[in-house]
Design a protein. Sequence first.
Length: 301
Amino acid sequence: MIGATTDPVERIRLMVIGVQKGGTTSLSHYLAEHPNVLDPFCVEFTFFTDDDEYKRGALSYWERFYPKEDAQGKLPVAKMSTLYCSLEGLERLRAHAPDCQLALVLRDPVSRAYSAYRMACFDGWLNFDPFWLQRLVEEGPGAGLFDMFIGYGYYAQHIDRLFSVFPREQVHLFKFEDLKQDPQKVCNVLFKAAGLMPFELKGKELVHNETMMARSSIVSQFIHWLRVERNPMKRVVRSMLPYDKYHKLTNSLIDLNRSKRQFPPMEPGVREALAAHYRDHDARLAQVLGWDLSKWTSQRS
């Protein structure tokens, strides 16, 4: 067991809670460079949003995903890129770690939606169709995947919910473009908020989890199947390998299947449909936060 408490999740003092395809993986890697940060093996810390994991308890989850080597004195940092959308997940985090500092990176929801869609196609559970997002918007909230690709971009209402659970002073909001331009500045804010000493990043030029086209859709589908939590093969492989080795194996397969080919740019008609859909949502966000969002697609004059 790491630490003295029977609820190790209480030790988390900094968590990146979103948004998906908003640079959260890169931000997590930047934060993990700090010598006093303990970074989990898992890409997404699903403990607070996965009912089965939550029922099994914090200790079981912690011992599987956090490295035990050199853990003493280090601050655990976690990332769950869709936690900002889950009221129950946020309430669970508050119950376990009420003093946790939260980082939320907001990206133009039009670009975010298309990036998330490309990632789903790369992962092999959707086939690329340049007009699919436009049809999804036209179908509306009743569509099965609407929340994941469109609703995740309703930032203002998600932030209202977030502020109902955590005090505003514990929530650190950033624009995606600011993280992209100056990751050191963003990390400086978070290091200070978490009580960590200043640290100069060494890998701030690196971009992590960049979405490219897959070399093989069949391989993508196999990797997706292999990663499904209830897949019996996954349980067998995990029983034979320590989680860090299993994690490296799956990441290696993903990297091998990543080509250098970019997905095509978003179709102009799709961009216009998404911009119209998000216009009022983004205008409200600008009002709530006092941000200038004139560079976002929906707010361009």
